[in-house]
Design a protein around this ligand. Structure first.
Ligand code: IPE
Ligand code: IPE
Ligand code: MG
Length: 236
């Protein structure tokens, strides 16, 4: 495979449907999905991908039933507490994007310590979108800029300045977005950053996502021509 995305973003979808089909509670789907994700971090790095961003919990997912929200928070808490060893072994840098202030304080602390412990690692940059919404991210960035600068600065605000105030500052935009389980929508993920990304929709539910599925997505990506609004050589 010649063209590999530098940055892959994934909307991990279908955990609930996967569990239901097996006669299991939805939360069993989330647990299975979390295990697949840990392995996928190693698989994507070995393909040559350098940034992986996954949608783990949206600003709208608080509308799920309380027991599902707490099961998801428990999985995230366990991940933040228990994954440092594996992250260090794989030289992986972990970052969380989203509104962390909306999370319980012990979870915020575990996130901060995992981010800190892995901040100097030079392997995969693994971004977890947690209490994340694309609209919320843009609104938070604008509010932050407005609180730090005067009205003249805000009137002349540039694309680059706003981009640098987002949670993803310093991270290149995703080249490829994959969404699993048949749904073909963004659901408020990385609205700004996906401006020129390629999209790939996989039918399988996230807990069934395998290296072979990833290879299919990468093959499709490799066959596409990205134009960024211009023309490529030979098209002029
Ligand atoms: C994705 O699976 C995980 C989260 C949104 C947290 P879902 O829970 O959305 O599973 P489906 O879409 O209901 O099957
Ligand atoms: C998007 O999936 C959020 C995450 C994967 C974390 P949802 O399952 O919440 O999205 P909708 O409701 O189907 O659009
Ligand atoms: Mg879903």
């Amino acid at each position: 495979m010649d063209k590999i995305p530098l940055h892959l973003a994934i909307i991990l979808d279908g955990n609930g449907r996967w569990a239901k089909k097996k006669g299991l509670p939805r939360n069993a789907g989330h647990a299975a999905g979390a295990r697949v994700l840990e392995d996928m971090c190693e698989v994507v790095w070995n393909k040559g991908i350098r940034y992986l961003t996954v949608y783990a919990f949206s600003t709208e997912n608080w509308n799920r039933p309380a027991d599902e929200v707490s099961a998801l928070m428990k999985l995230l808490r366990d991940y933040m507490r228990n994954s440092v060893k594996r992250a260090m072994k794989n030289n992986m840098r972990v970052r969380v994007i989203g509104d962390k202030t909306g999370l319980d304080s012990d979870l915020q602390e575990s996130i901060a310590s995992l981010e800190e412990a892995t901040s100097q690692n030079t392997g995969l940059t693994f971004q977890i979108a947690l209490n994340y919404g694309g609209r919320d991210e843009i609104v938070r960035a604008v509010r932050k800029l407005a609180s730090e600068h005067d009205i003249d600065y805000m009137r002349g605000l540039t694309d680059k300045e706003l981009g640098d105030a987002l949670d993803t500052a310093d991270i290149p935009d995703p080249d490829l977005l994959i969404r699993t389980c048949g749904e073909e929508r963004i659901s408020n993920f990385l609205l700004w950053q996906l401006a020129y990304s390629e999209f790939y929709f996989a039918d399988c539910a996230w807990p069934d996502f395998t290296e072979a599925e990833l290879d299919r997505a990468l093959e499709s990506y490799g066959s596409r021509t990205r134009r960024f609004g211009g023309l490529v050589k030979g098209e002029e």
